[in-house]
Design a protein around this ligand. Sequence first.
Ligand SMILES: Nc1ncnc2c1ncn2[C@@H]1O[C@H](COP(=O)(O)OP(=O)(O)O)[C@@H](O)[C@H]1O
Ligand SMILES: [Mg+2]
Length: 308
Amino acid sequence: MRVAIFTDETGWHTRQLQAALRARGAEGRCVDLEDCRIDTTAAWHGLVIPGFGDALPDAAIVRGIAGGSFEQVTKRLGVLHALRELGVAVYNDARAIERSVDKAMTSLLLHAAGIPTPPTWAMESAAQAQRLVTRESAAGRALVLKPLFGSQGKGLQRVGRVDGAHVPLPDLKDYGGLAYLQRFVPAVPGIATPGFDWRVLVIGGRAVTAMRRIGTTWIHNVKQGARVEPAVLDAALADLAERAAAALQMDYAGIDLLPTPEGPQVLEVNGVAAWQGLQKVTRFPIARALVDDLLDRKLAAAAGARRA
Ligand SMILES: Nc1ncnc2c1ncn2[C@@H]1O[C@H](COP(=O)(O)OP(=O)(O)O)[C@@H](O)[C@H]1O
Ligand SMILES: [Mg+2]
């Protein structure tokens, strides 16, 4: 059993996965999607996955996809789509990664599934977006402007009514000409600001472990200086996270949720979620659970799809 670990960076996560695969008698080989090619003269399937010769991997884990041009990222995702079409179990499926990387699609799918998530807008017209910001601001509300493909809390800004002052929408050129705007959820009264959010890990449809991220600002990402602590995975939190993962058809996902007086709301679904921070505060063996789910559930599902 040879498993491709697609990553642009080897390190703690890939070592964890390789050890978990080894424990199951499988071999994990790191491959950068950048180095994968389409070559219709090379093999019957037309793919070149370095390290696998003419053969295809038995399964693949997507651990990281480097940023690139629209063309480069299209090819990298194309390789993942092709592998799936060829019957290889790809964990997460490229379609699921696309749904979760696109924050607007995530919001749309969460909303359609009836999952509590803050009101969200995505539009290309700066004039329309500015009108929305003015209207929300007049109602005393702030909106969060986010890069559509953002991660690690980078590039987030509050606009509208922020700390008593009006903040207009900035030039959208740094946002690829797209205004993705989400109503700002203030910290719950009684909880010390800047507050916290939850990260819940869902594997194979089940919420398995959670942490709280306590921010130094309203942006609670670890990369923005948040500290993490263990969190109790209560039934409401687990249920919401599992429904969010199901709405985007994720094999596994890291779900971000914010507390509100009406209960938690889902902010984001991460389809290529890191778990080093989470593993520091939980005894749950994350890499082992990911590998077990891939080998015991996903592989059988891919084999079923091949037979059909
Ligand atoms: N609508 C919002 N209201 C309040 N805080 C938010 C909102 N959106 C994002 N945040 C804060 O910013 C962080 C990063 O936002 P998120 O949507 O998860 O993007 P990223 O992909 O950068 O992690 C969240 O974890 C949360 O702390
Ligand atoms: Mg996030």
